[in-house]
Design a protein around this ligand. Structure first.
Ligand SMILES: *[C@@H]1O[C@H](CO)[C@@H](O)[C@H](O)[C@H]1NC(C)=O
Ligand SMILES: [Cu+2]
Length: 224
């Protein structure tokens, strides 16, 4: 068991060196996968993660708070399914979450407004073994109850594979205009940064040691 764990940590480290990391570059809306960065903001840290819990880069990734003019805002019906796709398959262990924030103008938005979580994907435990969803694409449903208008739609993959290192955030924001919908106000809301604390069990956990349950960091999935 010890050897297995050591071997998988070593593999993870080798993979890190060999491949670099991943960025979420594509958005699928209404069943159509957009072009690279068509509806997803570009970033300036290549395939690298954000690691500082107090950084504004946690909102939409490095360099992505004021470059919305480089990205087209796409219409999406409330209640429909959207997906982000990365350039390489996600190979670190950790949760994937989706957030949204309502904005006056998705092109101009800097992510300083209130965010709510719309989906979270954690591990499944089978026979005591954690199984993480490590995929190219992750999908979420735009809540039916939210009001129409422009939003930033954000994906967050928190990599917690290395208990000796700092957890890594892989983030991207898409620019969407929600049509239909309702008049609900989703709660709870959070600011980013600030949504994940350095003491959160889901942030500090060692997934290789006696790992039998997991609490995804951040707020609960919002309702309205
Ligand atoms: C605009 O997008 C392109 C790729 O689509 C990228 O290379 C460039 O750095 C982006 N510019 C800004 C200001 O984000
Ligand atoms: Cu990594």
């Amino acid at each position: 068991m010890k050897t297995l764990v050591a071997a998988s940590l070593l593999l993870a480290t080798l993979a890190e060196v060999a491949q670099g990391h991943y960025t979420f570059q594509y958005l699928t809306v209404n069943g159509v996968k957009g072009a690279k960065y068509q509806n997803v903001r570009t970033n300036t840290n290549r395939y690298n993660p954000v690691t500082a819990l107090d950084s504004n880069d946690l909102r939409c990734n490095a360099g992505a708070s004021s470059n919305g003019g480089n990205t087209t805002t796409v219409a999406v019906a409330a209640g429909s399914t959207v997906a982000f796709t990365a350039d390489v398959i996600v190979y670190h262990h950790g949760p994937v979450t989706f957030y949204m924030t309502k904005v006056a103008d998705a092109v101009a938005a800097d992510g300083s407004t209130d965010w709510f979580k719309i989906k979270e994907i954690g591990p499944e435990f089978n026979d005591g073994q954690a199984q993480w969803d490590m995929s190219f694409s992750y999908s979420a449903q735009i809540p039916s109850c939210i009001s129409p208008g422009e939003y930033l739609l954000r994906i967050e993959h928190l990599a917690i594979h290395n208990p000796d290192g700092v957890p890594e955030f892989y983030i991207a924001c898409a620019q969407v205009k929600v049509t239909g919908g309702g008049s609900g106000s989703p709660v709870p809301t959070v600011k980013i940064p600030g949504h994940v604390k350095s003491t959160d069990p889901g942030y500090t956990v060692n997934i290789w040691d006696n790992f039998h349950s997991y609490t995804i960091p951040g707020p609960k999935v919002a309702t309205c």
